[in-house]
Design a protein around this ligand. Sequence first.
Ligand code: CIR
Length: 282
Amino acid sequence: MSSSKCTKFRTEPFEYNAALVCRDVPASLAAHALRREWSEVDLQVTRDEQAGYLAALRKVDVEFAVVEPNEEFPDCVFVEDCAVVVEGRALITRPCAASRRKEVDEIRRILRDDLRQKIYEIEDADATLDGGDVLFTGEEFFVGISKRTNSQGAMALAKAFPNYSVSSIKITDQLHLKSMMSMAGPGILAIGRSKEAKSALQQILQKSNFDYCTLTLPDDEAANCVYVKGFLLHCTKQEYPESYKVFEEKFPNDVRIPIPNSELHKVDGGLTCRCILVQKPF
Ligand code: CIR
């Protein structure tokens, strides 16, 4: 991992004790989930992948809040896009895709009633914001301005979280900002090696006052990992052997949990997009 200065990063923003997840994949995902390039999807494999994901979260011992799969919403397993939750505040997003707009209703209810988060809404009807475009580093937010998220969406994020700075990062090719990066621990920014990932990193370094350690992965997709309770859910050796090697070298075996994602990746799903991590009040 590389870093020039040494910033002391706070760990509390990462102290999640609950996860909102979809109980299973709806059958409608196979034919109707959005995807940038058409690809046949094996429903049973996606269901096995989701079961593996839930098993991993059980292993790290977070409380579960579950949204039922809804056949009307083929993309509903990708809960991350529906809300941005930090320190007890939940901003309900306005997903750009029309087919995903109403997914937020059930997510809002669970965040408010079961996970006892304070709900914030986006008032600007022109704003679009997908949770996959929002990277919270523990110190600040970066928001991808992409085909899914616009500057009004970024402004709504800044309004909901006035204690944190929000910097916009221009995205051209990838679906979301987090399609090529995520936090692999407090202060550790996992990032891919594509031209677009490099451009995003450059923008981050220019706009940030913090000195993150960067964990560079050969594959953008592998840079989407989930840090929770000291564990790291990341790609498998079969899917991304070169990136897997990096995780193997940098993290002890007993904190790493490889998660298969190749089938859900066909509909542009990564690992972060299948949960919303939350600090539920005791
Ligand atoms: C979509 O296009 O909206 C879904 N098929 C994939 C969403 C992935 N979301 C995410 O990475 N946060």
